[in-house]
Design a protein around this ligand. Structure first.
Ligand SMILES: Nc1ncnc2c1ncn2[C@@H]1O[C@H](COP(=O)(O)OP(=O)(O)OP(=O)(O)O)[C@@H](O)[C@H]1O
Ligand SMILES: [Mg+2]
Length: 297
């Protein structure tokens, strides 16, 4: 049989097979909060193969929306300066994760961004720190919305109404990996706050929380888990949340955070934790290469 005849035979055999169209990749910017049948099937297939459903589809991160909501600087120059400031914030955190820091920190891969009072820049810092850490080639980052009442991270990423942290804490049968959303920002995953409930403090303090954190930590040691939090002095659950973390990024708003409040916040943390103080909203001259609302240790 000639090569042409062989090819014709092969084509005929292929045509007689039932046609299975390959699963079409969902358009990144058209993924709806309610998965379309194809996406649903892919998710179920992921589950059946004992894979975390997070691997099944990518959630589109609307950077313009993040900017509109004040979570990213509006101009390119501010962007560059902020990137620089974030590098300075993440270096010591990464040193602790890779055990090159000054002291050994248990669970250094768990990082909470917190502050004494509301409005001091926790969520802003958490988002930008997570984006910066996601650019590290050796790690992936899971950003968790741990401020259940405000759930600003959830809203910023367009994940309102999606199951999240509270849902897996409240229901032990629910696999925690189910609420991990892999995004189209490389190496960035997000966990929304989930359904609010009055027992946040109790659920944060439960045995289930440790199990959930284990899963959030991922199957390998490459994953950094960054929590946004409610203010330490305004809610008791934020102190419970912080107690699980190896590293605490304490945001201090220049000219706003009171010394007494900062002291009380620091006293609520443990000596074994690494605590990084970040000065936010300081008005520094641009010649010092600081963003208008800048950060610095
Ligand atoms: N370094 C910064 N540069 C630009 N804007 C900032 C900066 N830090 C905070 N902001 C802005 O300040 C406001 C409050 O910040 P953010 O929401 O992060 O505070 P928060 O501590 O999370 O507040 P809450 O306790 O209410 O959750 C937001 O509008 C945010 O965009
Ligand atoms: Mg916030």
């Amino acid at each position: 049989m000639s090569i042409v005849e062989k090819a014709a035979e092969k084509l005929k055999a292929l045509r007689s097979e039932p046609q299975v169209s390959p699963p079409s990749a969902p358009e990144l910017d058209t993924i709806s909060p309610h998965p379309a049948p194809t996406v649903q099937r892919l998710m179920e297939r992921g589950r059946a193969a004992d894979q975390p459903p997070e691997a099944a589809s990518l959630w589109h991160v609307d950077l313009m929306a993040l900017e509109r909501m004040g979570f990213l600087p509006a101009n390119g120059d501010g962007d560059r300066r902020l990137a620089d400031e974030m590098r300075r914030i993440k270096r010591p955190l990464l040193a602790n994760v890779t055990r090159k820091g000054v002291k050994a920190v248990a669970h250094a891969e768990r990082i909470v961004v917190t502050s004494a009072a509301p409005g001091e820049g926790k969520s802003f810092t958490a988002v930008n720190l997570a984006l910066s850490l996601a650019r590290e080639p050796d790690f992936e980052v899971l950003l968790v919305d741990g401020d259940i009442a405000k759930s600003n991270i959830t809203r910023a990423f367009g994940l309102d109404g999606q199951p999240g942290l509270m849902d897996v804490l409240a229901d032990e049968r629910r696999p925690p990996a189910e609420v991990i959303v892999r995004t189209d920002v490389p190496n960035l995953l997000v966990v929304p706050a989930g359904k609010p409930c009055p027992l946040v403090g109790e659920l944060f303090g439960s045995r289930r929380m440790e199990a959930v954190l284990e899963v959030f930590g991922g199957p390998n040691r490459r994953r950094l888990v960054v929590f946004d939090s409610s203010p330490l002095l305004a809610t008791s659950e934020s102190q419970v949340l912080a107690s699980y973390m190896g590293q605490v990024v304490m945001v201090v708003a220049a000219g706003r955070t009171r010394q007494q409040a900062l002291n009380s916040s620091l006293q609520s943390l443990s000596d074994s934790q690494y605590i990084g103080l970040v000065l936010n909203m300081s008005q520094l001259p641009t010649s010092e290469n600081h963003y208008d609302c800048g950060y610095g240790y």
